[in-house]
Design a protein around this ligand. Structure first.
Ligand SMILES: [Zn+2]
Length: 417
C-alpha cells in the first residue's frame, strides 16, 4: 500500500521554539477574551525543564498552555493531521509529530531532547479531544515517561473549553470566565521515591474533570440557539426505547427519530425530557450509560461491527490520498481493514491489546463525514463508513472496553484465584 510515496519524517529532532512574540500575539487575546483565571499550585520554584501534561477539549487548551508557560519555551506533541499543509510553521513553533495511539520510542527520544534543551515538554496524554467534557482514558506508559525524563511533572487542567466549543459542534459560545489549574504533581526528587502506581495515581487524580458539572456549579449560561446541534453524535442511543443510531438534533433539541421522544438542552447545559421524564439531566451520565451497554455487549462476546468504508490515507503532511473502499471490521480481534489500493489487496490488523483507545472525528473537515482514525507507525488511515447504522462513538467506547476485558483476562490467567 502507498509504495513510492514519501512518508512523514518522524525522526526529525524537535526544534527549539521560535517566533515566541508571534505565538503570544496569536494566543493572548483569546485567553483575555474568555477572562481565563489561571491558578498555580505547588509551582513555587518549579522552572523548566519539566513535563507538562494537559487535558484536551478544544484548541483553546493550547492558548492557555502558552499563557501558563509564559515566557518560557515549550515543545508540543501534535498529531499528524494537525500538520497538514503547515509542517514548516508547526515545527518552527515547537510541534513534534506523532501518529495517535501508537507506541513509539522515537517520541520518547524527542521529548528527552526537549528536556535536554532546558524547555517544557508538553503532552496531551488523552491524545484526542474529550467527547463530552470528561476525562478520557490515560495511557499507562505515562508514569514510565515521567520517570525516564527525571524532571518535575506538571499538569494543566482547563475548565470551560468543552462547553465553549464542544467537539461535536465546535465554535465559540463566549463562555467566561474559563479556569485552569497548573499543578506540580511530583518534583524530580519525589519521582525517585514514588512507585509507578503512586505517580500514575497523582496524575489521574489531577486529571479528573467534568466540564458540564463545572458549568452548572458556576452558573454559566450558554444562550447559543443551536447549542444542541451535533449532540446526537455523542448520545447515539435513546434511553427511552434503547434504539441506537436514530438520534438527531437541531436548535436546542435532541430527538429520537424512532420513538419520537425529545429532550431540551437547557442554558445551564442540563437536559430535560419533553414528557416530564428525564433519564439523564447530566450529559456525561448518558454517555456512561451507553458505555455500560457497550461493555455488556463486549462481555457477552456479542459486539461486532462490519462496515463498508472509504479510506483516506495520510502518509505525510501534504494531503489525504483516497485509497478506495475497504471492509472495516471491529470485534474481539481488534480492527481489521481489508481493501484494494491501486489494484492490490491489502489487509491491516490492529489487535485489541495494541489499542487502549481510538481517535474518531465527527463530520471531518465538513465534507468527509464521521470517521475512525487507524494508525500504525507508518500510516494514518481515516476510515469513513458508507453505511447509515453505525456510531463512531460506540466504536471508540468498544475499543476501550475490549482493551480492558483483554487485560483483565490476561491478568486473571497469571494470578489464578
Ligand atoms: Zn427512542
Amino acid at each position: 500500500m502507498l509504495e513510492g510515496i514519501t512518508r512523514f519524517d518522524m525522526n526529525e529532532p524537535p526544534r527549539r521554539q521560535k517566533l515566541r512574540p508571534l505565538i503570544w500575539a496569536l494566543c493572548f487575546p483569546d485567553v483575555w477574551a474568555h477572562k481565563n483565571k489561571l491558578t498555580k499550585i505547588n509551582m513555587e520554584g518549579v522552572k523548566p525543564p519539566y513535563l507538562l501534561l494537559c487535558n484536551h477539549n478544544a484548541f483553546m487548551d493550547f492558548k492557555v498552555a502558552v499563557k501558563a508557560c509564559f515566557p518560557n519555551r515549550a515543545n508540543y506533541v501534535v498529531a499528524i493531521d494537525g500538520f497538514i499543509g503547515r509542517e514548516g510553521l508547526l515545527r518552527t513553533v515547537g510541534g513534534i509529530c506523532k501518529r495517535k495511539f501508537t507506541n513509539d520510542i522515537t517520541l520518547i527520544r524527542q521529548l528527552k531532547k526537549v528536556i535536554d534543551n532546558g524547555d517544557i515538554a508538553t503532552v496531551y496524554p488523552e491524545a484526542r479531544y474529550s467527547l463530552c467534557g470528561t476525562t478520557a482514558v490515560l495511557p499507562e506508559s505515562l508514569e514510565k515517561l515521567a520517570k525516564l525524563l527525571k524532571v518535575p511533572v506538571v499538569t494543566l487542567i482547563c475548565h470551560g473549553h468543552h462547553v465553549n466549543s464542544p467537539f461535536w459542534n465546535v465554535g465559540d459560545r463566549k463562555v467566561k470566565p474559563t479556569e485552569a489549574e497548573m499543578t506540580c504533581v511530583a518534583t524530580a526528587e519525589e519521582l525517585q521515591e514514588l512507585s509507578h502506581e503512586e505517580v500514575m495515581e497523582r496524575i489521574e487524580k489531577a486529571f479528573q474533570y467534568d466540564d458540564f458539572k463545572w458549568q452548572k456549579d458556576r452558573g454559566i449560561l450558554v444562550k447559543y440557539r443551536k447549542r444542541a446541534e451535533g449532540l446526537h453524535k455523542v448520545l447515539y442511543q435513546c434511553p427511552n426505547c434503547e434504539t441506537e443510531y436514530k438520534m438527531s438534533s437541531s436548535g436546542t433539541t435532541l430527538k429520537c427519530d424512532f420513538c419520537g421522544k425529545h429532550w431540551e438542552m437547557n442554558e445551564d447545559g442540563t437536559l430535560s425530557g419533553s414528557d416530564g421524564v428525564t433519564e439523564f439531566s447530566h450529559i456525561p451520565d448518558w454517555y456512561e450509560w451507553e458505555r455500560a451497554n457497550v461493555r455488556h455487549e463486549v462481555e457477552c462476546g456479542e459486539y461486532s461491527v462490519s462496515l463498508n468504508s472509504v479510506v483516506n490515507a495520510l502518509p505525510n503532511a501534504k494531503k489525504f490520498i483516497n485509497i478506495g473502499n475497504a471492509k472495516f471490521t471491529h470485534n474481539e480481534k481488534g480492527f481489521t481493514l481489508e481493501g484494494n489500493a491501486n489494484g492490490e489487496f491489502y489487509s491491516l490488523n490492529i489487535p485489541v491489546p495494541d489499542a487502549y483507545s481510538v481517535h474518531i472525528e465527527y463530520e471531518y473537515l465538513g465534507k468527509y463525514g464521521d470517521c475512525v482514525d487507524l494508525n500504525t507507525l507508518k500510516d494514518t488511515l481515516y476510515v469513513h463508513p458508507l453505511e447509515s447504522d453505525y456510531s463512531v462513538t460506540k466504536i471508540a467506547l468498544a475499543t476501550e472496553e475490549l482493551y480492558n476485558k483483554y487485560w483483565r483476562e490476561k491478568k486473571a490467567e497469571k494470578e489464578p484465584e
